[in-house]
Unconditional design. Structure first.
Length: 387
């Protein structure tokens, strides 16, 4: 059976057609009880929270000193309506108040505490009439949040969970796959504020500019250690990982999402290559394959250059025959050493998977070129020669 026949005869299943949800999550900070002397609000501003919740009494002062921040004004009475400005979100548990300001064109955020089954049902029924629904859960379980998200998934309402820790927010973004749309952080702990910033960096998607390179040399190298990288996410047929022998760039190794004889699909795996290789990670960092371990965060990249962070669940290193693929991309000589076997694939110049043993001089390969120079995986501005 040929490779093409195998791909046609084995049904592609169990792998998402598109990458997991890539929506930008909203982060609001409750500044009503904040201790300014501890530097907390400065940290909040540096970490890029989308909106701050303030009282009407705080609104004018905060607007003057903090430019470029979105505001959520917690109204308790319509007597304070004069504190509102265009673009504000009005936050309250008072349904009548929210209805009145909504009629005047303001976006509204309903706060609702979920304590039992009746308040759960009321939360999503009432929340459907507002731009935002901020829920506070009295129990540790996220099941009420799951049900609210599920009930409102066909509505335009954005669901935020009130949290005290960054980790609570991160967990809430994974409920029923779609996840909450955001989190309202209530804390006076500057470490939790900074942890939100770190999470935002880890989860940020970015776009890499991929190029088409030309194979100039193929050489069978004999035995060596290579690593398969298994992650805790499913990859699509267009996704893989960037690997290369130098910090100047590499090629896009294919995820095991395409049918092969004798083997089941492993849509969580990339047979990445020799353990000395660089792997590209979020925030323009790299790690050697030999450094990766459970919990490491690396970058999954598709053939269009879209990149997303994924978490390593296992790295499997074994001795296997290796093959050198040397190529030129945008005038830069690059190479990658991968397992020498027909079932190992990288993406060709057309974005389709190609068995590494099928490459020959003149073949096209999808690759990534970047400025060289790394110190412990961090880009550095220095002269460097890698051969």
């Amino acid at each position: 059976m040929t490779q093409a026949e195998t791909q046609e005869s084995v049904k592609y299943r169990g792998v998402p057609e598109t990458p997991p949800d890539a929506r930008a999550r909203l982060f609001w900070f409750d500044a009503r009880q904040s201790n300014e002397e501890a530097g907390l609000l400065t940290a909040v501003q540096h970490q890029g929270f989308d909106r701050w919740v303030v009282s009407p009494e705080q609104a004018d002062e905060f607007r003057e000193r903090s430019v470029g921040i979105g505001w959520v004004v917690a109204l308790e009475s319509l007597n304070d309506k004069d504190k509102l400005r265009e673009g504000d979100v009005v936050y309250s548990s008072d349904l009548k108040l929210l209805s009145q300001v909504r009629a005047e064109g303001f976006a509204t955020a309903l706060y609702y505490k979920i304590e039992d089954a009746p308040t759960l049902e009321q939360a999503y029924q009432l929340g459907a009439s507002h731009d935002y629904l901020v829920v506070e859960l009295v129990d540790e379980t996220n099941i009420p949040l799951e049900l609210v998200v599920a009930e409102l998934q066909k509505h335009s309402t954005l669901v935020l969970k009130q949290v005290a820790k960054a980790q609570e927010a991160e967990v809430s973004f994974g409920v029923v796959e779609h996840g909450a749309d955001g989190a309202l952080l209530q804390t006076d702990d500057i470490q939790e504020v900074n942890a939100v910033g770190e999470f935002k960096l880890r989860s940020a998607r970015n776009k890499l500019e991929l190029s088409i390179g030309t194979i100039t040399r193929v050489e069978h190298l004999g035995m060596g250690h290579r690593a398969c990288v298994d992650v805790t996410s499913l990859m699509t047929q267009e996704e893989g990982m960037l690997v290369g022998s130098t910090s100047s760039g590499g090629l896009l190794a294919c995820s095991e999402t395409h049918p092969l004889p004798y083997m089941d699909l492993r849509p969580f795996r990339v047979n990445a290559g020799a353990i000395h290789s660089y792997m590209w990670c979020p925030n323009n960092r790299t790690h050697y394959l030999s450094e990766l371990t459970v919990g490491s965060v690396i970058q999954c990249v598709d053939v269009h250059g879209n990149a997303r962070p994924v978490t390593v669940g296992r790295v499997k290193t074994e001795v296997r025959p290796l093959i050198l693929l040397e190529f030129v991309c945008d005038g830069v000589k690059l190479n990658a050493i991968v397992q020498d076997d027909w079932h190992v694939r990288v993406y060709g110049g057309d974005g389709k998977p190609v068995s590494v043993t099928a490459f020959e001089p003149g073949s096209e390969v999808l690759c990534y070129v970047t400025k060289p120079g790394r110190h412990v995986g961090i880009p550095v501005d220095e002269q460097i020669i890698e051969r």
